[in-house]
Design a protein. Structure first.
Length: 183
């Protein structure tokens, strides 16, 4: 297997070497106006307490809202929502929510909305933030989770097919995680 040089700039990766799950981060501002934004730089950090992180952008609405309310929802996007989610960043705030045509409801344990059309959600309490290079990393402790009940009624492998998570590959390209393979 002959290897050739590959760029170190992620934006030049075709194919992407680090695909990330596509989620909608949902927040309120201090006036309780909702906001949702797609993110794909998302990862678990700790089992106990359960902490996840996403790398965001300093000064964007999502990050400002999280600093103000100390809460955020993580809503997992499926393939049926992919096209709308990829293009929604053309709009901002209430207009984005309206163009996406999504329904928001109150989270159970945190001061943030959740996205009804998503099949799974994690509710997070802000643990801390860390600026890393151009990134603004947000750490959230998972305090509640919920999932479409039908997913839990089928065999383990089949659950991925129903959940239909997607990962961001590069601009305009995503992949489905719909086929779990047992070792
Ligand atoms: C599929 C997809 C994934 C994205 N992932 C991230 C991400 O991981 N981190 C980030 O800072 N921005 C990401 N973005 C860009 C933000 O969603 C975009 O800057 C958005 O306008 C931020 O919205 P807000 O200002 O309402 O928070 C992504 C966009 C798309 C379409």
């Amino acid at each position: 297997m002959k290897k050739v040089e590959y760029p170190i700039d992620k934006r030049e990766w075709h194919p992407s070497l680090i695909p990330g799950p596509v989620v909608l981060i949902s927040t309120y501002n201090p006036r309780k106006e909702p906001n949702i934004a797609p993110k794909s730089w998302l990862q678990m950090v700790s089992f106990r307490p359960p902490i996840l992180m996403f790398s965001g952008t300093k000064g964007n609405t999502t990050e400002e809202n999280i600093l103000a309310t100390e809460c955020f929802g993580v809503n997992f996007v499926d393939s049926s929502m992919a096209a709308k989610v990829f293009e929604c960043v053309r709009w901002f705030g209430a207009e984005r929510i309206q163009k996406l045509g999504l329904t928001l409801f109150e989270a159970s344990k945190i001061n943030a909305p959740l996205v009804q059309e998503c099949k799974a959600h994690l509710e997070c309490q802000l643990h801390g933030v860390q600026e890393v290079g151009s990134g603004f990393v947000v750490f959230g402790e998972i305090v509640a989770g919920s999932i479409w009940e039908e997913v839990l009624k089928v065999d383990r492998e089949k659950r991925y097919e129903l959940l239909d998570l997607i990962v961001f590959l590069e601009d305009g390209l995503f992949a489905r995680i719909d086929k779990a393979l047992r070792i």
